[in-house]
Design a protein around this ligand. Structure first.
Ligand code: ZN
Length: 136
């Protein structure tokens, strides 16, 4: 795409359910955009994937987040959706398709322990994340 400050990150998941840290990729786009100050929107155009911001220090956190989501969303409810992936749709809606981070002095204003995660719920697949950086 040719729109200014609109970028695409290609994500390839290797498991059915997987949290993939895309923080460095988003950070490098923010740096190269020379946005200075503004907002960085990240959005994934999929119905069985999501984006979230959470801890990227202890890998057990993402393992536990997946475990918790598996507990919340039943696999055995007798869903009607013929594709058979209703739990993935539900998890994607719970987490959400987008995140927004303030950009200050050319940097994402993430907390020390925060990372941006692409959340795969119906992999493995090739996915996309759109990143739009709006300078203020
Ligand atoms: Zn489906």
């Amino acid at each position: 795409m040719s729109n200014k400050n609109l970028f695409i990150i290609d994500v390839i998941s290797s498991d059915k359910i997987q949290f993939i840290d895309i923080t460095e990729k988003v950070t490098s786009l923010v740096t190269s955009s020379n946005a200075g100050e503004g907002v960085c929107h990240v959005f994934t155009p999929h119905t069985t994937a999501a984006l979230t911001i959470n801890e990227n220090a202890d890998p057990d956190v993402k393992t536990d987040m997946i475990k918790g989501l598996e507990d919340v969303v039943s696999e055995k409810l007798g869903y009607k959706h013929a594709e058979g992936n209703s739990p993935a749709h539900i998890k994607a809606s719970i987490i959400g398709a987008s995140s927004h981070i303030i950009v200050e002095e050319g940097k994402l204003l993430l907390g020390t322990w925060q990372g941006i995660y692409f959340c795969e719920f119906d992999g493995p697949r090739k996915r996309k994340v759109y990143v739009k950086i709006i300078a203020s």
